[in-house]
Design a protein around this ligand. Structure first.
Ligand SMILES: NC(=O)c1ccc[n+]([C@@H]2O[C@H](COP(=O)([O-])OP(=O)(O)OC[C@H]3O[C@@H](n4cnc5c(N)ncnc54)[C@H](O)[C@@H]3O)[C@@H](O)[C@H]2O)c1
Ligand SMILES: [Zn+2]
Length: 350
């Protein structure tokens, strides 16, 4: 089903994009942006692609809008503005826009073509690649969705110039993950970077995409190998959900949440898979350099563990983790004794 992943890099493909779309002969074209990419990317995208006859759809920015209400509003707008089965949707934005836009496209009239033009580092190295589309269900992340490859992903680091620094850091967490699950040299190279600016990070987009793409091609439907990409995400998603639904607490970006998840899950690796304590400390130190420390008290922990029980990766009530046996040696489907969770929080806090 998913033997083809079409990803291009650089501005040239953007310049050629309208010709490629012409060849596909769509009846009409729609472009989804959020309020930030509308402000920072839309004009430049239209100028560079020359796509002037395109219907622009705008959604509110932010994870809290990655939900069914936003989809419903977009389905209505598509319908009212004459979209048919032969229309196509281009998603210009971060992971929220590519996840939600992909889902809207896959479900509208049982599926229209879509294209991803990721504008955050996180969407470039992760969200826009691999065909996972979807939305959140209440506080629970990505519960509703479809796996379907976009027709093309156009990655161009030019968009990073307006991205806030903490969003760059957020995407960087997924890149560190790519090193941890598959390439120790890459991990060491990334954690030695003196600074995280757009120019420096741009050089590592393609290697990270290659790691993700290879995993996805081997196991598109996440029967086994693809699960390795969830390293840090079992706890990370629960932490992300918790902070998302507690606006009075600190706001956590996806990468910031999975950074905590990776530190805690490294510790679980020590306890359950023989992962070296030294490497777990190295991982903790590395993440502490890039991500603000988050105070997680015992009440927070209790509620986070409650959310953990709803993770999609659970099977018959068992919470399964991807843990590390060594750097670049992940082990999937590891069941973790519940009494270790408190110790993992303690490790993160120590
Ligand atoms: N499908 C997948 O495989 C996959 C993988 C990882 C993450 N995700 C999902 O991706 C989402 C996180 O993605 P994200 O971090 O890109 O979030 P996001 O889409 O919310 O973007 C982060 C912020 O940056 C703004 N923004 C985007 N591009 C900009 C630009 N060029 N200049 C200035 N501001 C810009 C956005 O409006 C938003 O405020 C989560 O919902 C997560 O679940 C999906
Ligand atoms: Zn992620």
């Amino acid at each position: 089903m998913q033997n083809k992943i079409n990803i291009t890099f650089g501005t040239e493909s953007l310049l050629r994009f309208s010709q490629e779309l012409q060849a596909r002969n769509y009846s009409s074209l729609f472009l989804l942006v959020d309020t930030h990419t509308q402000e920072f990317c839309l004009k430049s995208f239209l100028t560079q692609t020359g796509l002037h006859h395109i219907e622009v759809l705008v959604m509110a920015a932010g994870e809290e809008h990655k939900n069914l209400q936003t989809c419903e509003s977009l389905w209505h707008q598509l319908s009212e503005r004459g979209a048919d089965r032969n229309s196509a949707l281009i998603n210009l934005g971060g992971g929220v826009v590519t996840d939600l836009g992909g889902f809207v496209a896959c479900t509208f009239k049982r599926g229209i073509d879509f294209f991803n033009v990721p504008t955050t580092l996180l969407a470039m190295v992760d969200a826009s690649v691999g065909g996972k589309t979807g939305i959140d269900l209440g506080p629970l992340k990505n519960q509703i969705g479809i796996i379907e490859e976009p027709k093309q992903v156009l990655i161009d680091s030019q968009w990073l110039s307006t991205l806030p620094q903490e969003e760059l850091h957020s995407g960087f967490a997924e890149m560190l993950k790519h090193g941890l699950i598959s390439d120790e040299n890459y991990w060491n190279q990334l954690r030695a970077l003196p600074q995280l600016d757009a120019a420096t990070l741009s050089k590592f987009i393609e290697p990270s995409v290659t790691i993700k793409k290879e995993v996805v091609l081997e196991d598109p439907r996440e029967r086994s190998l693809r699960k390795v990409l969830n390293f840090g995400h079992t706890l990370g998603h629960a932490i992300e959900s918790y902070y998302l639904t507690h606006p009075q607490k600190k706001r956590l970006l996806h990468g910031e949440a999975i950074a905590i998840g990776m530190v805690m899950e490294s510790f679980l690796g020590v306890k359950c898979c023989g992962f070296s304590k030294h490497h777990a400390e190295e991982i903790k130190e590395t993440f502490a350099r890039y991500y603000p420390y988050v105070e997680i008290d015992t009440q927070d922990q209790k509620e986070i563990l409650e959310l953990l029980r709803h993770d999609k990766k659970n099977k018959s009530g068992r919470i399964n983790f991807v843990l590390l046996e060594a750097i670049s040696k992940p082990k999937i489907d590891v069941e973790v004794p519940q009494e270790l969770f408190a110790k993992a929080f303690e490790f993160y806090g120590s």
